[in-house]
Design a protein around this ligand. Structure first.
Ligand code: 7TS
Length: 406
């Protein structure tokens, strides 16, 4: 993989921040956009802009072809059987809420269980808390191992015949843990439960085959894989999606509307009420083309190497605490002595290095780690070992700076 030429495709990386070349280490929050995505969105607005699935005019059919073409690209990218199983949403959060409202709240009753884990992002916790409250179902957590992984024994002990739904992150946005989601899906199915995978940190970084994983739902966000913000995907198995109620009612999603009742369009449009995110979907299609051209396996291999390099280098820093397992996705969450992570991020920013500080939308996990906040460096295909070296230098500077204070 030629990272140098890949970097040239990301115009935003070519700038100085506070007098230093930008080192962008916050791709888990949102990834930067390649030129081809920026140009695809630009071209759509310059040349093809029209609403979709409506008129017979030429712009309308061009916009519809591009929008539906993007859906087909997503289908191939995640290896879904049919594009009817690919629903465009605003992002992972909306995708999970669609399942919580359209599926969980319809089928759950008192005595039923929803099973999640303490490493989930708030977006994969709160929809289930609310669904449990609304239906009388019980929310249960699979306990984590000490290193922040899930053991299949713990999974087997937590999922029971009462479990109707299991919702687990493919990859943790804090610990970097890559969960054994195929095995968890098997255990869920053996107990008659359906499984939703939160793929926000999975799909951008590794090959996803929803048929091989045998997951019932898979949710992810375009903006974490080079696409614009405001577009995401809910994959669902056709039989489940057919059974589900739409959650947004209005234009675009109807078949016939009478005065007192209406019927819905077929899949996937029954879940896409209102004018859809046309430019976003086209941008997502372009992002998928970009990733495919490089190859998901090459991207994963590059990130694995970076993750090892970062773990090796960062762990040499005196006073650093790194959270999560040794084998991980390309992100490192850490704390440095008594320095508050916001201070760490501020000093790093002065050096041109962008990292995230805070609770990372995972407050239950912060509690489990017994910290209030952490700093996090997260990597993507455009990052290099040199970026890691600069991070290490920046952290040594931070220590020096705050060493005088404490
Ligand atoms: N699930 C996981 C595992 C995530 O990492 C995120 C966003 C979401 C769900 C929500 O995605 P959204 O696109 O709907 O907002 N994670 C992060 C992060 O780690 N830092 O900022 C956003």
């Amino acid at each position: 993989m030629d990272v140098k030429s890949i970097r040239q495709q990301f115009p935003i990386l070519n700038q100085e921040i506070n007098g230093h070349p930008l080192v962008y280490l916050d791709s888990s929050a949102t990834a930067q956009k390649p030129l081809s995505v920026i140009e695809a969105v630009d071209a759509y607005y310059r040349e093809d802009n029209a609403n979709v699935h409506r008129g017979v005019h030429t712009l309308g059919s061009r916009a519809t072809d591009k929008y539906e073409g993007a859906r087909e690209k997503v289908r191939r990218f995640i290896h879904a059987k049919s594009s009817a199983e690919v629903i465009f949403t605003r992002g992972t959060t909306t995708a999970i809420n669609t399942v919580a409202y359209g599926y969980a709240r319809q089928i759950l009753k008192e005595g039923d269980e929803i099973v999640i884990t303490p490493m989930e992002h708030h977006s994969n916790i709160i929809p289930w808390q609310q669904a449990a409250k609304a239906t009388g179902a019980t929310l249960k957590y699979i306990p984590l191992e000490e290193d922040g992984t899930l053991s299949l024994d713990a999974v087997r002990e937590t999922i029971t015949k009462q479990t109707k739904l299991v919702a687990v992150a493919h990859v943790s946005n804090v610990l970097g843990t890559i969960n054994p989601v195929k095995e968890i899906a098997t255990i869920a199915h053996e107990n008659g439960a359906v499984i939703l995978l939160d793929g926000a940190q999975g799909a951008p970084h590794m090959k996803v085959d929803v048929q091989e994983l045998d997951c019932d739902f898979y949710a992810f966000s375009g903006h974490k894989m080079g696409a614009p913000t405001g577009i995401g995907v809910l994959y669902g198995k056709r039989a489940l999606l057919e059974q589900m109620e739409p959650v947004e009612f209005g234009g675009e999603m109807i078949d016939f509307v009478n005065l007192y009742d209406s019927t819905w369009k077929e899949l996937p449009w029954k879940f896409e009420g209102g004018t859809p995110i046309i430019a976003g979907a086209i941008g997502l299609g372009a992002a998928i083309d970009f990733l495919n051209e490089i190859g998901m396996d090459a991207i994963t291999a590059h990130e694995e190497k970076l993750a090892h390099y970062a773990m090796d280098k960062l762990s040499t820093i005196d006073g650093i605490s790194i959270y999560g397992p040794k084998e991980r996705a390309a992100l490192v969450t850490f704390n440095l002595d008594d320095v508050h992570p916001h201070d760490v991020a501020t000093v790093l920013d002065a050096e041109g290095i962008a990292v995230r500080a805070g609770h990372h939308c995972a407050q239950p996990l912060m509690k489990w780690l017994d910290v209030t906040a952490t700093a996090r460096a997260s990597f993507y295909l455009y990052n290099t070992e040199e970026d890691v070296d600069k991070l290490v230098e920046g952290l040594l500077k931070t220590k020096e700076y705050f060493g005088d204070v404490f």
